[in-house]
Each structure stands twice: as C-alpha cells, then as structure tokens.
Design a protein around this ligand. Structure first.
Ligand code: GLU
Length: 518
C-alpha cells in the first residue's frame, strides 16, 4: 500500500534550538515536500523538570524565519492534535496499562535512594548497574513481589514507575535508512521507564504512541537517538504495531570545526559563531546566546549551509534554493559520519546570498546603520551605493564600515597611506584635480580623459601616487571602488570640498634632503 509520507519534528522545549536541531527540522521538511507528504511540529515536553519558558515560541519563530513551514502542529493545529505532549497526558495511561496487561511492562517501586545505593555498589566493583533481566528479580517490582503486595502498594498510593520488560537474550534489529541494519542484544539494554505514577509518560512511551497515532511514516532525527531505537522497535512490537512502524533515519552529528566532538555552545563562544538560529536570552541567568539572524545571516544562506552539512548532492553545485533542495534531497546521500562545521564556509554562503539580494533589499538592511549614524540621504542614493558595494561585504552589518565615506567626509587620513602616497608637490596636483573637476563637464569619460590621460599621463606623473592621494583625500584611506565612479557618485562639489580639506589638513610635505653617508 502506498502511504502518504508523514514526518514530524519533535523538539523538547528545554532551551534554544541548537543548529543541529534546525538541520533535523530542515531534512524532515525537504523529505516531506519532495514526497508530497506532510510535516508536523510536535512539542515533546513530558519531562517537566527540563521545561524552559519561551523555548517553544523560540522554536516556532526560528523555523518560521528559515522558511520551514509545517502542515500541522502545536502552533497551527490539525486533525491529530493536540500537538503538545503535556496536553495529551490523558492519552498515554491506557497504553501503559496495555503493556502491563500483556506482560511487556511491570511496576517498579524502588526508591531513588535504593537505586542510588545499587549504582554505587556496582561502581565500587567497577561495574555498571542496569535494571534488566539479570537484576530485576532482586529489586522491588511486580515481577519480584506477590500480586497481593503489588495491589496493596498501588492502593496505598505508593510512587511507582512502569518499566519496559525486555525479553532476555534476543537480537533487536533497527533498519536505518542511513546506516543499514543496526543490531543490539536485549541483554545490553536497560528496562527503561515508560510511565510514572504522576500520570506522565516518559519520552519513549509518548514518542511511540504519538508517532503511531499521528500516522508518522518516517522518523528522521539525530544520531543521539540511535541507542533508544531498539527500545522503540520493541515498543512497536509490543503494541502490535510493527506493520505500520515508521522507517528510521538517524542523522550524523554536527561536529566542532576541528572535527572532534559534537558542536557545542562553548565552541560557538570560543570561535565566534552562533550555534543557535536566533538570539536567546536565558530566562534564568539572563545570559545572551547569539543567533544567526541577529548576526546578519540571511535565512536562505543558513538553510543552504545546513543542507550541505551532512548531505551531499553528488555534484559540485553548492548553491541551492529551497526548491532545488526539495528537488534534489535524498536520504541515500546523507553521510554516516559527522559533519564538520565550517565558519568560513558559513560566511561564504552569506556573501553569496547577499549578492542575490536586490539593491533595494540591501538598502533596507542597511537602513538601521544609517539611522544609528544619523545619516539622512536620498533613497535612490542609498540604493545606488548598496548596489556598488554589496559585493565587498558578507554581512549587512559590514556595510557602514565599508561605505561610510559615501555619506560622511573623512575626518582623519590613514597615516601610513599619507606617508607612502602624499609626497612633496602633492598639494599642487590636488589643486589641479580641483581645477579639472571644476572646468571639465561632469561626465565619466571627460573626467577620466582630463585627469588620467591629459594631466597624469601627459606630464608623466606617477598614476598610483596621484590617484591614491586623491582617494586618500576623498575616502580617508586607500580602499574603495573605482575612483572616477566614486567621484561621480558623491558629486563634484563634495569631492572638491574633501580635496580642499585634505590639502588644508595634510598640507605640503617637505622634499627630503639626501643625507650624506658618514
Ligand atoms: N524530543 C526528542 C528531541 O528532543 C525527539 C527525538 C525524536 O525525534 O524521536 O530531540
């Protein structure tokens, strides 16, 4: 039977969404769209001790910023809601009871202190305690206690948990679309807690019940969940849902730029790049973690970069629109090994996407900086400057430093450049430049001809020296676009004013006397 593809992104609202989580959401989205399927946003908040206020809103805002749109979810509803697990609490008890009835689970009454003591005892013997087929008989649970005693404890309202009962000594195989078959022996697995006496399921139970009842066909998630997958496969078996069990794809980790270990917030702080999509203000500590959006990354650049961190298109192509990604994405081309985060590459992607913006769009991104510097300029002028200068920046935030001189005359002149270029006689040349600008028609060719061909070449002057001095006078340093274009843009009067100011400020330089060697 051909089933409609249905995937879900199921984050836990425990803080800002890590960029690796964003990639998981993106891959789910690409897969859903490519297959004409549906994608759901489900919030997995069963662990109330880790709940962080604001995190859910943050996740929604971040994915929306990146253009990852959902068909159903906590923010938009849908036919299989509610989509927040804490709102589904009443659903899970019956499933825990079904497992208990069918012998796939048992009540355990062990106090946290008892479990702690057991762990310590094992540790002192250099072993690790696991609640499993070898230890469960020695613990306090419905397998070791009489049914009357179990009944008594339940009636008395004692705290309990429901644990999964792994059958002893069986091989459990997870068919992973990226890794192939991954087999684990049940003896190595812990009887995980599925449900607690406060009525809350744990992640494992809620996740399987929800994926089943929301008709999820593919589970695409981070590699850190691979160790839980054998339990999940067993839960499908225990519920009798194996026929419709989703297919699994566990994505490789996002690694530190050096390639060893998982990318963490600390790496971001250390190397100066965000590991979160948006700025995040921790509600408890007030600490700020910076985000891609606020750093001036464009959402299309972030999407493109993330798509290629772990997936390989099989060609040299590096720039992909969302539609191209939807078209080209394939789970078969996801790598098994971790993907190294590359800060330079992230910058490069942003540069490329800045170039794709229209001059108007760049101008809109530049507006706050102009405002911060109290600059009022004609809209057309700003757009023109942005068009000329965008190729020189990777982030909108670099625009002011790159092109402030289009809006403000320099107040200082780079001393090294003055020393190198503004030689004796330069004030004479600069006065001549003023004269040329004031007499020839204000037109690119005319200025070029009069200045470069007639004056500089005609008198066999050093072009670099004169033109760089002129640039120094107009810009304050010796960088910038083509000089005549620059003059044409800022205008004759402004250029003349700036050259005069430079002549007055820097002044004439004494001819250096050759010092006789003695
Ligand atoms: N709630 C889990 C998480 O935070 C979801 C794992 C899964 O997709 O099954 O990543």
């Amino acid at each position: 039977m051909d089933q409609k593809v249905r995937v879900r992104f199921a984050p836990s609202p425990t803080g800002p969404l890590h960029i690796g989580g964003v990639r998981t959401a993106l891959y789910n989205y690409l897969f859903a769209r490519q297959n004409g399927g549906e994608i759901i946003l489900r919030i997995e908040d069963t662990d109330q001790t880790r709940y962080v206020p604001g995190a859910e809103q943050y996740i929604i805002e971040a994915l929306d910023w990146l253009g990852i749109r959902f068909d159903e979810g906590v923010h938009i509803g849908g036919p299989y809601g509610p989509y927040r697990q804490s709102d589904r609490k009443a659903i899970y008890r019956q499933y825990a009871e079904q497992l208990l009835r069918d012998g796939w689970a048992y009540y355990a009454f062990d106090k946290p202190e008892t479990l702690d003591a057991k762990r310590k005892e094992y540790e002192s013997q250099k072993r690790t305690f696991q609640y499993d087929c070898t230890t469960r008989d020695s613990m306090e649970n419905s397998l070791s206690l009489t049914s009357a005693e179990v009944e008594r404890r339940l009636q008395a309202g004692e705290h309990y948990v429901v644990r999964f009962k792994f059958p002893a000594g069986i091989d459990i195989t997870v068919h992973d679309l990226i890794r192939g078959d991954v087999t684990m022996n049940s003896n190595l697995l812990d009887d995980k807690v599925l449900f607690k006496s406060d009525g809350m399921p744990t992640y494992h139970l809620a996740n399987i019940v929800d994926d089943h009842s929301m008709h999820i066909t593919h589970v695409i998630r981070g590699e850190e969940w691979l160790p839980s997958a054998p339990l999940h496969v067993m839960l499908y078996r225990a519920f009798g849902w194996e026929e419709t069990m989703p297919r699994f794809a566990h994505l490789p980790l996002l690694l530190k730029p050096e390639g060893n270990g998982k990318l963490s917030k600390r790496d971001g702080d250390r190397l100066g790049f965000p590991v979160f999509p948006l700025d995040w203000h921790d509600p408890e500590s007030g600490e700020l973690s910076s985000g891609y959006r606020e750093r001036g990354y464009l959402p299309e650049a972030v999407v493109n970069m993330l798509a290629l961190l772990g997936w390989n298109p099989g060609t040299e192509q590096e720039l992909f629109t969302m539609d191209e990604l939807i078209d080209r994405f394939s789970i078969e081309h996801i790598s098994k090994s971790g993907a190294k985060f590359n800060v330079e590459k992230a910058r490069w992607f942003n540069h490329e996407y800045m170039q794709k913006l229209s001059d108007e769009e760049v101008a809109a991104l530049f507006a706050p900086q102009l405002e911060a510097h109290n600059i009022k300029a004609a809209h057309e002028y700003i757009v023109k400057v942005c068009g000329m200068m965008k190729e020189r920046v990777s982030f909108p935030g670099e625009l002011w430093d790159t092109c402030s001189y289009f809006f403000e005359a320099p107040t200082t002149y780079d001393p090294a450049a003055v020393k190198k270029r503004w030689k004796s006689g330069m004030t004479v040349h600069m006065n001549k430049v003023i004269e040329i600008l004031e007499t020839v028609p204000f037109d690119y060719e005319a200025i070029h001809h009069a200045l470069l061909d007639e004056y500089i070449a005609g008198r066999q002057l050093n072009t670099g020296q004169v033109m760089n001095s002129l640039r120094l006078a107009v810009v304050g340093k010796t960088v910038g676009p083509d000089m005549i274009t620059l003059i044409m843009t800022i205008g004759k009067d402004e250029t003349v004013r700036r050259v005069r100011r430079a002549i007055d400020t820097i002044g004439e330089v004494e001819e250096k006397q050759e010092q006789p060697n003695n």
